[in-house]
Design a protein around this ligand. Structure first.
Ligand code: BGC
Length: 768
């Protein structure tokens, strides 16, 4: 064998290792020659490190604790806290969550690095869901931008700010597809579509992780919650998920696969069961599919306490059994069940868990630590100067303003009230949310300061030409922000109506901000009613009775059923929870400094009874009545089947015209089909259009949806300008998964639709 430089160094390091037995290991030497070696590969370093670790230390890497105590302040108290610190010193902790800020992270990292035997650095995880301190729009709002570059940039900004605060791992993106607006966590995802969801998953993973994970500005990402969480029955959080194989493979799994292919370093499993097996104890999902079929080489973290919850589910007989089931099924890290650290060693000794599984899990975790650069410098993310100059900086605020305005969706502009003239108007601003400086931040903003968002009122006031007056009208919710429950919604107090009515009467235009408080969506915040909560509908109708010139700005974390508003109010803007720069973004759209370009990533129902409602439904045997007036077809007797606002829908201040589709039927030559369309801006101002392509596989061995999004392109057009868009469809777009999860491309006829939203009738056909 040729002894080149690499092999020489490798053998040298290994020899050095063997020359010191486990107890006398010279850690300084080991770190310098092995862990920091520039010639050994990460896998080699991981394996040499594992050789030095006891079973208990390997298990320690699998243990994640939450730290809700102040490290730099007074001495922590309580038995649990002192046990956690003891375990840190014993090398029995692999990661912490909820410790943030350079000072605290540094203090904890120092314990692990300087006081434990092997000094293995910790991962610091945090829910950086849509920003850290400087907040971007909630993820579903960002998805409405359909702008992958902007979404990627937003994740990059979040990574930059979080990493400057000591964090090196985010529990994001949530890539759960959901079709149920009742589920509070739809605010955290990319909506109802697997194709859009996959593109966004890739953009977010790339934004967080960049192309060099060891850079101090990038952090490891986490695709969650694997899998099926978005399909909780009746939209009730943590409920069971019972999903057929076609939906699992074609709808739920694709965004996870896209995240894996984008190189995501970690996955998180789910609280829920999938078809009777808790995701946390699900061998099919975690081992067979993720680690074996997909070749994922990162690690899987459990959700908070989800290992011990398998006992409550009725899947594990006791906590020890839960630990056994979870590790055997491929859950690598235990978030806050405290079961791996207490149970795994004896499970190995009893032969119920193979040490190889522990070693594999530890190897996966250590690998991510190496890739993050933590073995080269455990304090890489702990630079106070960086923290000072980056966190909350103007550059970050400029970035979140950019994605915020792109996330806004114009739902209705019937009488062209918008954009408003910048001078000479008397404007009434009504609604508690309009002046709120916390709610626009949205849920999952653990590190942000309350009261730090630009409110809609402030955003409007920043334009000086009009006269603006404000009346609250009614509170959305009363009680402690952060823990708003149904009971605390204001359902009775209309005492502010009078003032609002008198203001509306003497104004030219009324801007009403209505919807949900930030804490009415998110985890644990499912709703059995998805209308305007409290007395807001009454307020809207009361104001409408005295002034019909209303611009309704919706602020919400989920699709709302606002049928009355859609019928009566001339102008509706979907303003979600847009983050730190919310008010400025909305004002730019209202005054026309930004021409709205967002498109809905989730269907808005007419009424709750339609939910789950989604555009890519299958046909039935009875899609329409054979004879007029017939009752035996798939419909409601008291509601239409169609949504109030469909998936992909959103207006602009200009208009776009689509030319006929051209389809090249050349599949037999080079296995691809080209679809070409000309799009022209026929209005008077520049605008951005998202050109969408939907496919229907007319018949197949597993029924396919009536249409599925398979391509989109966002273009900016000047007035009168035309652009030619060419979509290329390959087997990746033409195929589907069968019920065993195999990809099939079946010959036959396809319908292709191109247009401005999922209801487009601009259609052509081709065969493959
Ligand atoms: C959520 C996860 C989150 C974790 C840590 C859980 O309750 O389901 O999405 O990452 O908490 O905060």
């Amino acid at each position: 064998m040729k002894l080149n430089r690499f092999y020489f160094l490798f053998f040298f390091s290994v020899l050095q290792l063997f020359s010191c037995n486990e107890k006398q290991l010279d850690i300084t030497d080991f770190k310098a020659n092995v862990l920091k070696s520039t010639t050994l590969s990460v896998d080699q370093k991981v394996s040499l490190l594992l050789d030095q670790m006891t079973l208990e230390e390997k298990i320690g890497q699998l243990n994640q604790y939450s730290g809700f105590w102040d490290f730099t302040g007074p001495t922590p108290e309580g038995e649990e806290v002192s046990q956690k610190i003891k375990n840190l010193k014993n090398g029995m902790v692999g990661s912490m969550l909820n410790v943030s800020g350079v000072e605290d992270v540094l203090a904890v990292q120092k314990i692990a690095v300087e006081e434990s035997r092997l000094g293995i650095p910790l991962l610091f995880g945090f829910d950086v869901i849509h920003g850290f301190k400087t907040i971007s729009p909630i993820p579903i709002a960002e998805a409405a931008s359909w702008n992958l570059d902007a979404i990627q940039a937003s994740a990059q900004v979040a990574a930059k700010e979080a990493s400057a605060s000591g964090i090196n791992w985010t529990f994001a993106p949530m890539v759960d597809v959901s079709r149920d607006a009742r589920w509070g966590r739809v605010m955290e995802g990319a909506g109802e579509d697997p194709y859009l969801g996959s593109k966004i998953a890739r953009a977010r993973v790339t934004g967080f992780q960049g192309d060099d994970l060891s850079s101090p500005s990038t952090i490891a990402a986490c695709a969650k919650h694997f899998a099926g969480y978005g399909f909780v029955e009746a939209g009730r959080d943590y409920n069971t998920a019972d999903v057929g194989t076609s939906t699992l493979h074609n709808i739920i799994l694709p965004p996870f696969k896209a995240a894996k292919e984008a190189g995501v370093k970690t996955f998180m499993n789910s609280f829920t069961d999938l078809n009777g097996i808790p995701a946390t104890g699900n061998t099919y999902l975690q081992r067979d599919l993720l680690k074996n079929k997909w070749n994922f080489d990162g690690f899987v973290v459990s959700d908070w306490g989800s290992i011990s919850e398998m006992v409550t589910h009725g899947y594990a007989k006791d906590k020890k059994h839960a630990a056994q089931l979870a590790i055997n099924a491929g859950s690598d890290m235990d978030m806050e069940s405290h079961l791996y650290v207490t149970q795994l060693a004896s499970l190995v000794k009893e032969g119920k868990v193979s040490e190889a599984f522990i070693e594999d899990a530890a190897a996966r975790i250590l690998k991510v630590k190496f890739e993050l650069g933590l073995f080269d410098d455990p304090y890489l993310y702990c630079n106070t100067d960086r923290q000072g100059s980056i966190v909350g900086s103007k550059a970050l605020h400029d970035s979140v303003l950019d994605i915020a305005k792109k996330s806004i969706v114009l739902l209705k502009n019937q009488t062209n009230i918008l954009p408003l003239p910048k001078q000479g108007l008397r404007i009434a601003v009504i609604g508690a949310l309009a002046a709120d400086k916390t709610s626009p931040l949205g849920n999952w903003t653990l590190a942000a300061d309350a009261n730090s968002a630009v409110s809609l009122l402030e955003g409007l006031q920043n334009y000086k030409g009009n006269s603006i007056a404000y009346a609250k009208g009614a509170d959305v919710a009363v009680g402690k922000v952060g823990f708003v429950s149904e009971l605390e919604i204001n359902t009775t107090d209309t005492s502010g109506f009078k003032e609002a009515v008198s203001l509306a009467k003497k104004s030219d235009v009324v801007i009403m901000s209505l919807g949900e408080h930030a804490m009415q969506s998110g985890e644990g915040r499912s709703r059995a009613n998805i209308d305007l909560p409290g007395v807001q509908q009454e307020l809207l109708e009361t104001i409408y009775a005295v002034n019909k010139n209303i611009v309704l700005v919706l602020n919400n974390g989920r699709p709302l059923a606002v049928q009355w508003a859609a019928q009566h109010i001339p102008t509706i803007v979907e303003g979600w929870h847009l983050g730190s720069q919310s008010g400025n973004a909305l004002a730019q759209v209202i005054y026309g400094d930004y021409n709205p370009s967002g498109k809905l990533p989730m269907s808005f129902p007419r009424s709750l009874g339609q939910v789950p409602l989604y555009y890519n439904n299958k046909n039935t045997g009875r899609p329409s009545p054979v004879n007029p007036g017939e009752v035996f077809w798939t419909h409601y007797i008291d509601q239409k089947n169609t949504p109030l606002y469909p998936f992909g829908y959103g207006l602009s201040y200009t208009k776009f015209e689509y030319d006929t589709l051209l389809v090249s039927n050349t599949y037999s030559d080079n296995k691809q089909i080209e679809v070409i369309v000309d799009v022209t801006n026929i209005g008077k101002r520049q605008g951005v259009e998202t050109v969408q392509l939907y496919l229907k596989d007319v018949y197949a061995s597993v029924i396919r949806p009536l249409r599925s999004l398979k391509g989109f392109e966002q273009i900016s057009l000047q007035p009168g300008e035309t652009k030619k868009i060419t979509f290329t469809l390959t087997d990746n777009e033409l195929g589907f998964y069968d019920n065993q999860g195999n990809w099939l491309v079946e010959p036959g006829s396809f319908d292709v639709f191109v247009g401005t939203d999922s209801t487009t009738e601009i259609k052509s056909t081709f065969k493959i």
